[in-house]
Design a protein around this ligand. Structure first.
Ligand SMILES: [Zn+2]
Length: 288
C-alpha cells in the first residue's frame, strides 16, 4: 500500500502527506507512515523516503518485500531451532517459507493413516512424551525406567529401536523400512548409527543430503515415510496397551507384583497382532 502512495503523482494528497509525515514526525509518533518506517528498518528494506523518491513497479516491490521478510524469518527460525532440543530430529533444511514440510505434502491413504500422520507429527516436533521426559520434567522425582521392559531408561532410541517388549511389532516393520530404503539408498541404512537411524525414521528427508527435492525424490520418501508412520503408530499403540494392562494389574494386585507381572515373558506380547487391509500390523485400532 505504501508503494501505491509512492507511485502517485507529486501533487496527490496521500503522497504529500507521506512526504510531510516522514519529514516532521519523530519515531515516537503514532503516524501510520512512522510505523511503515519502523517496518522498513525491521526488515532491512532501507528508508521509506528512498522508495518515495524512486518507487518501483508494484509486482517487483511485492516480490522484494516477500523475499526479504521470508528470508529474515527463515534465518531467525533456523537459528532458534539450533537451541531447541525438541527439534533435533526435524530436518530444518526442508523448512521453507510458505511451504509445508515435504512429508506433510502427502495425502493420507486412509482415515487410519491420517491418525498415524498426526502421531508422527508429534515425533517430528519432539512433542511425544516418554518416561525419560517425565523424569526430566519432574527433576528425577519420576523414575525414567521403561514401563514396557523395565530394563533401561525410556529414551527415544530405546523405544524406537531397542525396547525388547516392543520387538515383536517393531522388527517386521523395520525390515519393510530397511528394504524400502535399500531400494533408493543402497548400503546407507547399515552405515547409520543408532541416533542417525532414529532421526531418519522420524524425518526420512535426511536421507537426501540436499535442500531441495524433485517430485520423484518426494515420491520415494513418501513410500518410506508410510512405513515409518506404521512403525511409530504400532509402537505407540502397543506401548499404550501395555500401560493399560499394567494399570489393570495395579488395581487388581499389590504394587510389588506389578513389575514382575508386566515384564514376565510377554510384555503384552500375547496381544493379538493383526495385519490391516492397508498393510498395517497394529494391534489396536483407535477408530474401532
Ligand atoms: Zn523398554
Amino acid at each position: 500500500m505504501y508503494n501505491n502512495v509512492c507511485l502517485q503523482s507529486e501533487s496527490a494528497v496521500e503522497r504529500r502527506i507521506a512526504v510531510r509525515q516522514l519529514t516532521i514526525k519523530s519515531n515516537k509518533s503514532a503516524s501510520w507512515f512512522v510505523d511503515i518506517r519502523k517496518l522498513f528498518w525491521l526488515y532491512e528494506l532501507g528508508d521509506p523516503e528512498d522508495l518515495l523518491e524512486s518507487p518501483t513497479e508494484k509486482e517487483h516491490w511485492k516480490r522484494t518485500v516477500n523475499r526479504t521478510i521470508d528470508n529474515i524469518w527463515l534465518q531467525q527460525t533456523l537459528a532458534e531451532s539450533k537451541t531447541m532440543k525438541i527439534l533435533q530430529n526435524l530436518n530444518m533444511n526442508m523448512v521453507k517459507p510458505r511451504k509445508p514440510h515435504p512429508l506433510l505434502q502427502q495425502q493420507a491413504v486412509s482415515t487410519y493413516d491420517a491418525n498415524r500422520q498426526l502421531l508422527k507429527l508429534k515425533f517430528m516436533c519432539g512433542k511425544y512424551i516418554l518416561q525419560s521426559d517425565r523424569a526430566s520434567f519432574s527433576k528425577n522425582k519420576v523414575d525414567d525406567t521403561c514401563r514396557v521392559c523395565y530394563k533401561s531408561p525410556e529414551t527415544l532410541q530405546h523405544m524406537v529401536l531397542e525396547c525388547s517388549g516392543l520387538s515383536a511389532v517393531r522388527d517386521p516393520i523395520l525390515r519393510d523400512i530397511e528394504s524400502e530404503i535399500e531400494k533408493s539408498f543402497p548400503c546407507l541404512w547399515k552405515s547409520y548409527t543408532q541416533d542417525q537411524k532414529v532421526t531418519a525414521l522420524i524425518d526420512c528427508t535426511v536421507l537426501y543430503k540436499k535442500h531441495k527435492l524433485s517430485k520423484v525424490e518426494c515420491r520415494r520418501l513418501h513410500k518410506i515415510d508410510f512405513q515409518c508412520r506404521r512403525l511409530f503408530f504400532t509402537l505407540h499403540t502397543k506401548r499404550f496397551k501395555i500401560f493399560e494392562l499394567s494399570k489393570g494389574a495395579a488395581s487388581a494386585r499389590p504394587l510389588n507384583t506389578i513389575s514382575k507381572s508386566v515384564c514376565s515373558g510377554n510384555s503384552a506380547g500375547n496381544l493379538l497382532i493383526t495385519k490391516k487391509p492397508d498393510g498395517c500390523y497394529n494391534s489396536v485400532d483407535p477408530l474401532g
